[in-house]
Design a protein around this ligand. Structure first.
Ligand SMILES: CC(C)(COP(=O)(O)OP(=O)(O)OC[C@H]1O[C@@H](n2cnc3c(N)ncnc32)[C@H](O)[C@@H]1OP(=O)(O)O)[C@@H](O)C(=O)NCCC(=O)NCCS
Length: 188
């Protein structure tokens, strides 16, 4: 069902969408946000500034860009959330970075985007999506709420892969937890 979603962005993002479909409306208590458009866009239009919130290294983002798909959530043509998903192998993908504009966080847009992307790859026949994240913080609950399970620990990942120490909530990030969402029924 279409629920008042603009079919073409009016300002802000101006590239051409590759794949778009209505998103489930994110809900804020009883309020339903009706104007969110989620779509795949060309990676050349990736909102890198926004994704730096999720991955502080622009070089790293640019390194996985050529193998990734970019998805954005926008309201009236203005991008509020974005993510990059890289193909790892047949049927296996990795969510490399996901971020919502700070002013729009905690409004349900990240959840709507994540759900949409999970659904997108389920329909494509994927067997699993992985994501790497820190060992603490609300992001862990964010992913696990959608079915991601811890599958590995990459010890000292954040120390070995970034030139500067990364802190969150005043705590230094050392290890990366690898989480995997397995699609039951999809065999790659
Ligand atoms: C993670 C992120 C993409 C979630 O997007 P969002 O639009 O805020 O997502 P939602 O509004 O759907 O919220 C999802 C959950 O995260 C919580 N959350 C979001 N931002 C938060 C914050 N800054 N502090 C604490 N909790 C937060 C929400 O309260 C919600 O939890 P709930 O369902 O228990 O209420 C966004 O917070 C973000 O851009 N964070 C910075 C970048 C980042 O850490 N990316 C992930 C890298 S692993």
């Amino acid at each position: 069902m279409l629920w008042g979603i603009p079919q073409t962005p009016t300002h802000g993002y101006s590239g051409s969408p590759i794949d778009q479909a209505p998103a489930d409306p994110p809900t804020l208590g009883k309020r339903t946000v009706m104007s969110l458009l989620i779509q795949e866009i060309p990676t050349t239009d990736t909102p890198i500034e926004l994704l730096l919130l999720a991955d502080p290294s622009e070089d790293k983002i640019r390194s996985y860009l050529p193998r990734s798909k970019c998805f954005v959530a926008s309201i009236d043509g203005v991008v509020v959330a974005a993510c990059l998903v890289q193909q790892l192998g047949a049927g296996a993908h990795e969510l490399m970075s996901i971020a919502t504009q700070p002013a729009h966080q905690k409004s349900g847009y990240g959840t709507a985007l994540l759900k949409w992307v999970i659904d997108f790859f389920r329909k494509s026949g994927a067997s699993q999506i992985e994501v790497g994240t820190g060992t603490f913080g609300y992001q862990l609950a964010f992913y696990q709420r959608h079915g991601f399970r811890v599958t590995a620990i990459d010890r000292d990942f954040f120390v070995n892969n970034y030139p500067e120490p990364i802190f969150e909530d005043g705590i230094q990030l050392f290890d990366m937890l690898r989480l995997t969402l397995r699609y039951s029924g999809n065999v790659a």
